[in-house]
Design a protein around this ligand. Structure first.
Ligand code: RP5
Length: 164
């Protein structure tokens, strides 16, 4: 695979099961990516350095996933003007509501595009859509994927109506 253009960061290796669909989706679309465990709280310096130097290493979009007091996306956004997509994870007894609030409620001037709780697939698709603004081949792949999604819904509908 070529040099990564999307960095998928997660606060703990225990988040990997929930975030694997993001990597799978990017792989399916042929988007080179890197997956890292980096924590806003446990490795703040390494995380900040990775975010600060991302643009120089060819990263174009960050996806940051964390559960609980989920400050990873905000901590990365504080270090870069690259787009940051936050994925709140349902990893605590509060079912992801804590992570959602921590990720989505950024102060003005420091945007994080927050997807749904456990929204790994949409995070990857949104990252691909950002890249596809200047990548026509990727835009075509995304359009094809949308068409396949629509076709499946219509096939499901037809089968429920006994017409398939
Ligand atoms: C967050 O704390 C991580 O993103 C994870 O969702 C949660 C629990 O981490 P572990 O205690 O499982 O390492 O920083």
């Amino acid at each position: 695979m070529n040099e990564p253009v999307v960095a998928i960061l997660m606060g703990s290796k225990s988040d990997l099961d929930l975030m694997r669909p993001a990597a799978d989706t990017l792989a399916e679309l042929g988007v080179p990516h890197v997956v890292r465990v980096l924590s806003a709280h446990r490795t703040p310096e390494v995380t900040a350095e990775f975010a600060r130097t991302g643009r120089d290493r060819g990263i174009k979009v960050f996806i940051c996933a964390a559960g609980g007091a989920a400050h990873l996306a905000g901590a990365v956004a504080a270090q870069t003007t690259l787009p940051v997509i936050g994925v709140p994870l349902a990893r605590t007894p509060l079912g992801g509501a804590d992570a959602l609030h921590a990720t989505v409620q950024m102060p003005a001037g420091m945007p994080v595009a927050t997807v749904a709780i456990d929204g790994a697939v949409n995070a990857a698709l949104l990252a691909a859509q950002i890249l596809a603004v200047s990548d026509t081949a990727l835009a075509v792949k995304l359009a094809d994927k949308r068409a396949a999604t629509a076709a499946k819904v219509l096939a499901d509908d037809a089968s429920l109506r006994g017409k398939a």
